[in-house]
Design a protein around this ligand. Structure first.
Ligand SMILES: N[C@H](CCC[C@H](N)C(=O)O)C(=O)O
Length: 280
């Protein structure tokens, strides 16, 4: 069966999007594995289904490159907003999006009828270690010790609807060997549902440099929920102020995060690369 897709990315975090208002995807786990392959497939960090919803303008389901389903995806949220507006599925530059981690509100900026920037109310950060989930005890996991492959790290764990482990380092993150250490964090025994791991260098009190090893996809060029988790962790560790914009420099571009008492706000671009069809 032929399926139409749209290739999109948020700061280089690229997914293959399927409009499921007018087509059905039968086995998304297997499709994500096959099509994400950058040699034998289309190439991407996974696939995203844009589905009808009874409670919002649309519903998101996203699958990492290993076929595992993610409960939230910040970069994909922005691309869905762009897709819905640019394709006339919504008639104003704002929408609600149902996710496995609740309903998110999107406010967008359009130029010449196309969305160029999206701000997402990502909801509140979840900080209780057992709810992230991690095996750390207590009410917070802020700068707690974690042994990974015999090396001691201080980690801060945050959920944005999906689990994150934030590691602050002194060196330029471009010098880190993520393929060597990423999987050991991802599959660490302290993280019962695996984990997304962000490696952060603090540039100043409003600027972070970030690389990320994602659960189920490996290193990605950006991670929206990860950028949110990094900003929250930076505030909790006293590096950045609450309630002010924090710029995150990622391999694929910049994201802006604002962590307030009400919610975490994620702002950034969304880009359509090409459209096509594939036999599923
Ligand atoms: N790998 C993540 C899902 C994608 C998150 C990321 N791409 C984002 O933009 O938030 C997980 O399994 O929780």
């Amino acid at each position: 069966m032929k399926l139409n897709f749209t290739k999109m990315h948020g700061c280089g975090n690229d997914y293959i999007y399927f409009n499921c208002f007018n087509q059905q995807v039968a086995d998304p786990e297997a499709l994500a594995i096959r099509l994400s392959d950058r040699h034998f497939g289309i190439g991407g960090d996974g696939i995203v289904l844009i589905c009808p919803s009874d409670v919002a303008d649309a519903k998101m389901r996203m699958f990492n490159a290993d076929g595992s389903e993610g409960k939230m995806c910040g970069n994909a949220t922005r691309c869905i907003g762009k897709y819905m507006y640019d394709n006339g599925l919504i008639d104003k530059p704002e929408m609600t999006l149902e996710t496995l981690s609740g309903i998110k509100l999107l406010k967008m900026v359009a130029e010449d009828g196309k969305i160029v920037r999206v701000t997402v109310d990502m909801g509140k950060a979840i900080l209780k270690p057992s709810e992230i989930p991690t095996k750390f005890t207590g009410d917070l996991a802020v700068s707690v010790p974690l042994d990974v492959d015999g090396k001691q790290y201080a980690v801060t764990c945050v959920s944005m609807g999906n689990p994150h482990c934030v590691v602050f380092v002194d060196e330029d993150v471009e010098t880190l060997d993520l393929p060597a250490i990423g999987p050991s964090f991802e599959n660490h025994e302290m993280f019962p549902e695996r984990i997304n791991t962000e490696f952060i260098r603090v540039i100043d009190d409003h600027t972070l440099q970030m690389r990320v090893w994602e659960r189920g996809s490996g290193e990605t060029w950006a991670c929206g929920t990860g950028a949110c988790a990094a900003a929250v962790a930076a505030v909790l560790n006293g590096y950045c102020p609450k309630g002010e914009d924090i710029t995150i420099h990622l391999r694929g571009g910049d994201l802006t995060i604002c962590y307030t008492d009400e919610a975490v706000f994620l702002s950034g671009s969304a880009t359509t690369v090409f459209e096509g069809s594939v036999e599923a």
